[in-house]
Design a protein around this ligand. Structure first.
Ligand SMILES: N[C@@H](CCC(=O)N[C@@H](CS)C(=O)NCC(=O)O)C(=O)O
Length: 228
């Protein structure tokens, strides 16, 4: 029986844009595990209530239910060790730092560039909830959060310097081959790719070149993803 995953979808059920769900999609593909993805909407809390919380990704693997992309990566590694997502225990610990860095630096930076674009692609039934919850989080309207992004994007790009330095010197964050660290960052970059036409990266950025390679990994899984 294949793993089942609740995956955030837009108004178009084929549009899957969650950065956390993409981390899990990459991790499953890395392991070569088949998955059945079920489109999920913000207002569909009842569908994932059995996981004991209200966010996706959630996976069901036989009798085991796991929520949270990091916990899912650990579940997959512990239950399907080969090919490894982390390499070894030290690398797993380092990947945890990459996860925290992506959440703390990348997620907030990207949200401030594309939050209104997200609003434009989500299901109409999700829009009131999304506007209300995100405007409360940012303390301003979605329009104000996203305003002036052409001048602000440069500061976001600068915040990715550590990534740029590493990817300028080695092919993958995992070294000679992609690892879960690559899945985390690529999953995060799938977010703007799948809900916005705004370029968060400059074309000549080494991070953009690496991302192109990640789009081609796993049979071109991410390149085939529906875009707005
Ligand atoms: N730490 C969690 C975060 C998951 C998360 O925030 N998912 C978003 C979708 S990208 C969500 O389900 N949001 C529901 C909501 O805002 O109500 C993870 O790594 O999976």
């Amino acid at each position: 029986m294949s793993i089942v995953m609740h995956d955030l979808a837009g108004a178009d059920p084929a549009l899957r844009f969650s950065p956390y769900c993409w981390r899990t999609r990459f991790a499953l593909a890395h392991k070569g595990l088949p998955v059945e993805t079920l489109p999920w909407r913000f207002n569909d809390k009842a569908a994932i209530a059995y996981s004991g919380q209200g966010r996706v990704p959630v996976i069901r693997d036989e009798a085991t239910v796991v929520a949270d992309s990091w916990a899912i990566a650990e579940h997959l590694e512990d239950h399907y060790p080969t090919p490894s997502l982390f390499g070894n225990a030290t690398a797993r610990a380092h990947a945890r730092f990459i996860n925290a860095w992506a959440d703390a630096v990348m997620m907030g930076g990207i949200a401030r560039l594309i939050v209104h674009d997200i609003f434009d692609v989500i299901d109409p039934g999700d829009r009131d909830y999304f506007r209300q919850s995100r405007e409360a989080r940012f303390g301003m309207t979605l329009e104000a959060v996203q305003a002036d992004r052409e001048t602000r994007v440069e500061a976001f790009r600068e915040s990715l310097l550590p990534l740029r330095v590493v990817l300028g010197r080695q092919a993958w964050l995992g070294g000679a081959a992609p690892s879960y660290a690559d899945c985390i960052i690529a999953g995060t970059l799938m977010w703007p790719r799948c809900c916005s036409r705004f370029a968060v990266l400059a074309e000549d950025d080494p991070i953009a070149a690496w991302f192109e390679h990640m789009l081609d990994q796993y049979g071109g899984l991410a390149r085939a993803a529906v875009q707005p």
